[in-house]
Design a protein around this ligand. Structure first.
Ligand SMILES: Nc1ncnc2c1ncn2[C@@H]1O[C@H](COP(=O)(O)OP(=O)(O)OP(=O)(O)O)[C@@H](O)[C@H]1O
Ligand SMILES: [Mg+2]
Length: 165
């Protein structure tokens, strides 16, 4: 696990299950207001990682958001929600403008696939994850924290997932 700098973490996954487990570790730490951006090509593992995050966060089920067509909600027994936006399906900049991250962030964490497509509506403070295909079952994940909350989150995740501070 090479450490590039304190606010960056590089990690590898050798299977979809491993990616899901990494997601679970991160999901367990998420709070309302957290923004997690997942950038990577088709099949890089963004949705697999998101499913792990939702599970680790404690979701029991997922439903389509009544407010935003492109947003899937994972619900928890305590009434909290984790929002999952797949910006790949956005057809225009206008559609992106209808999304209001602030409304979602009051209620829960927000996970975004293809965040580069909605960069303009995203807060500057966030955890950015680059996922890359290496070979059939091998993926490279690079986590970059932007802002104090995400620096703390990444440090806690590093400790939880790898046992090093
Ligand atoms: N180490 C791995 N981590 C994650 N997925 C893997 C891994 N190895 C193989 N896979 C496979 O790669 C695919 C990843 O699909 P997934 O839907 O998670 O990608 P995605 O990044 O969300 O793609 P899209 O941009 O199409 O939404 C799955 O079929 C999964 O089984
Ligand atoms: Mg996906």
């Amino acid at each position: 696990m090479p450490i590039l700098d304190p606010n960056t973490l590089e990690s590898f996954s050798r299977s979809p299950e491993q990616t899901r487990r990494l997601g679970m570790r991160l999901g367990a730490l998420l709070l309302a207001g957290d923004v997690i951006c997942l950038q990577g090509n088709l099949g890089a593992g963004k949705t697999t990682f998101t499913q792990g995050m939702a599970q680790g966060w404690g979701s029991l089920d997922s439903v389509t958001s009544p407010t935003f067509v492109l947003v899937n909600e994972y619900r928890r027994p305590d009434g909290r929600r984790l929002f999952h936006l797949d910006a790949y399906r956005l057809e225009s900049a206008g559609e992106a403008e209808e999304l209001d991250p602030d409304i979602m962030l009051v209620e829960g964490p927000l996970v975004i696939e293809w965040p580069e497509r909605v960069e303009a509506i995203l807060p500057n403070e966030r955890l950015w994850v680059n996922l890359a295909y290496v070979s059939e079952e091998h993926r490279d994940l690079v986590f970059s924290a932007h802002g104090a909350r995400f620096e703390t989150l990444l440090a806690t995740f590093r400790q939880a997932a790898y046992g090093v501070g």
